[in-house]
Design a protein around this ligand. Structure first.
Ligand code: GDP
Length: 610
């Protein structure tokens, strides 16, 4: 399906934005004959060469009287695709729209006058582009008819490129154009033999708009609503990116639960799969608690669950942000209370000067450190809005996400992690021992616990399988049961670490994805230790005769025999029980833990500040 694309045209006043837009409309045959006549006639009347910017004036008049044309857009067509020109009259309106996603641009054309080069407003627009994430950015060096020296034209383009790159924007192309004469706009110009590149419309025609590339991105569905329909719970949302199909295992964030899709309800009929823009009602195979504001993804590519994050916010309220103030953070369908922990910096995009944030806050761009009251699932660069007293007052991007960690309960507890760490003399930790059955996990876990305890640490060893007799007695050994067991063990580990204890967890946990989820649940205090030994060695040890029974077919799905084990790619610690004896491995684990839980000055101040 061919989708519309949106283009925003930016640049310093008088560098030729309107002329370029008019020229694009004319050259792509998007102006009706009557409008062309009007433009030519009014140009003549004023003794001018054809002024293509007048095409926009005429459109503006119509728009003001809101007659036939789309009231918000100017369109041109390239082949099958329609391109909407997004108006960027003032930076504030543009930013507000762009940052909230109301006018997601697929491409930006930055117009730079060949003679005058990068000027004030060019710089401001470059800064704005740095705040957004426009996938395709083209620099149009305009008015080349008026500049004889190609080196000068190139220099204007390069100056713009350098400035754009400085704010993290990649330039797709620099095109020398004459908007007035049409050089390199819709046709390659004979005037620029030194420029081999494509004309502007060729570049635009070749790009893939967001809506089309969204399908290749990770699956994201923001949950809008959950309702009951003839005996089933339907989770309603719109696919923002990626594709979902019946039978997929989805992951519900922030509650961190995997669940399989049984059906995709839609009207007039159910779907087998759904892609970007599709509104779907997801029905899960097993009941799972889902709520508005949750984010659905595949279990292989999950968003980050955070309570601490940094956002870059363009502020539209007269009243500036205040440290310690509680606002609402809205992202997708999530709407959560968030405290402004710190105002990290403030810039006035009109002057590009650091702003004093007590004064004139409208239009300022602030970097804010936020802490949400409850966990929220986000992706980096997620668009958010900040609301105060029920009204949105800032458009923001999540720039840094701090995965939910040990301090997750800090806001509600009156005892914080630092206080606990000081009382205990060390921080909490989860040492996750993974490895084949009989690799030595439990032996190392129990002995490391004993040694750490002897040295005065708060420590507790948990054998993942013993939890199955209690907390996880209701889950089976299927793939999903196993995953659920791991999730519960990880949650228990997190609680222990939060409480300031060193939790040593021994669990085969063969799947790398499951371990990654455990890490996501526990957060910062998670350490993965790979207890390494070959299948042959483990089988030779076989203290519980499990390998023997698996080989005999009495147990199926036994890790190492007929079920795979994903060797950790980047474990925090390797304990090789094949090469070293138990004493050496225990000593190594104990030293590692002692080092990891040591209170450092920076760790103490970090946990105090959240
Ligand atoms: P905007 O403020 O960026 O929209 O700029 P305009 O499109 O209104 O153009 C400003 C002035 O530059 C007008 O007088 C145009 O005629 C002139 N101009 C625009 N493009 C060109 C060009 O390619 N060559 C020359 N010589 N003049 C141009």
């Amino acid at each position: 399906m061919i989708r519309d694309a949106r283009v925003v045209v930016l640049g310093h006043v008088d560098h030729g934005k309107s002329t370029l837009i008019g020229r694009l409309l004319f050259d792509t045959g998007s102006l009706p004959a009557a409008r062309i006549d009007e433009v030519v006639a009014s140009s003549r009347r004023r003794g001018l060469q054809t002024e293509w910017s007048f095409a926009l004036d005429a459109l503006q008049d119509e728009r003001d009287q809101s007659v036939t044309i789309d009231t918000t857009r100017v369109w041109f067509r390239l082949g099958e695709r329609r391109f909407a020109i997004i108006d960027a009259p003032g930076h504030e309106e543009f930013l507000a729209n762009a940052m909230t996603g109301a006018s997601d641009a697929d491409a930006a054309i930055l117009v730079v006058d060949a003679e005058r080069g990068v000027e004030d407003q060019t710089r401001r627009h470059i800064y704005l582009l740095g705040l957004l994430s426009v996938p395709h950015v083209v620099v149009a060096v305009n008015k080349i008819d008026a500049v004889a020296d190609p080196a000068r034209i190139a220099a204007a383009g390069e100056a713009a490129r350098t400035a754009l790159e400085a704010v993290g924007v990649t330039v797709n192309a620099i095109v020398p154009v004459s908007a007035r004469d049409g050089d390199n706009v819709a046709t390659r110009s004979a005037r620029t033999p030194w420029f081999g590149g494509p004309a502007l419309t060729e570049l635009l025609g070749a790009m893939v708009p967001r809506a089309e590339s969204a399908e290749r991105e990770p699956l994201r569905i923001w949950v809008q609503d959950v309702y009951r329909r003839v005996g089933e719970r339907v989770v309603a949302g719109t696919v923002r990116s990626g594709r979902v199909a019946v039978g997929d295992v989805l992951f519900v964030s922030p509650s961190a639960k995997p669940v399989r899709v049984a059906a995709l309800r839609a009207w007039p009929r159910d779907m087998a799969s759904a892609g970007p823009g599709d509104a779907v009602g997801v029905v899960f195979e097993t009941p799972v608690y889902v709520d508005r504001g949750d984010l659905l993804s595949h279990d292989t590519d999950v968003p980050v669950t955070v309570r601490s994050l940094q956002v870059r916010a363009c502020w539209f309220d007269r009243e500036p942000p205040h440290a310690d103030e509680t606002v609402r953070l809205r992202a997708g369908s999530a709407d959560v209370a968030a405290r402004i922990v710190a105002i990290l910096d403030a810039t006035d995009p009109r002057t590009l000067q650091p702003a004093e944030h007590g004064v004139a806050s409208r239009g300022m761009v602030y970097s804010l450190a936020l802490r949400t009251a409850v966990p929220v699932a986000l992706d980096e660069n997620e668009r958010c809005a900040i609301a105060r007293r029920g009204l949105p007052i800032a458009a923001a991007h999540a720039v840094t996400l701090q995965p939910q960690g040990a301090n997750v309960f800090a806001a509600s507890h009156l005892v914080d992690a630092t206080a606990r760490a000081h009382r205990n003399g060390h921080r909490g930790l989860v040492l996750w021992l993974t490895g084949l059955p009989a690799a030595g996990k439990t032996t190392i876990g129990m002995r490391a616990e004993q040694e750490l305890f002897r040295r005065g640490y708060q420590v507790y060893a948990l054998d993942g399988d013993t939890l199955r007799t209690g907390l996880s007695s209701d889950v089976d050994f299927s793939e999903e049961g196993r995953r659920e067991n791991i999730r519960r063990v990880a949650e228990v580990g997190k609680l222990l670490a939060d409480a300031g204890t060193i939790a040593i967890i021994s669990l085969v946990s063969p799947s790398a994805a499951d371990r990654a989820r455990a890490r996501a649940i526990v957060g910062e205090p998670f350490r993965e230790a790979y207890v390494a030994a070959s299948v042959a060695t483990c089988e030779a040890r076989d203290p519980k005769h499990l390998y023997k029974r698996a080989r005999a077919g009495e147990i199926t799905g036994f890790t190492g025999v007929d079920a795979p084990y994903d060797i950790p790619a980047e474990p925090d610690l390797v304990l090789d029980t094949e090469r070293y004896d138990a004493d050496a491995c225990v000593a190594k684990a104990v030293e590692y833990v002692a080092d990891a839980v040591r209170i450092t000055a920076s760790a103490a101040s970090i946990s105090r500040s959240v």
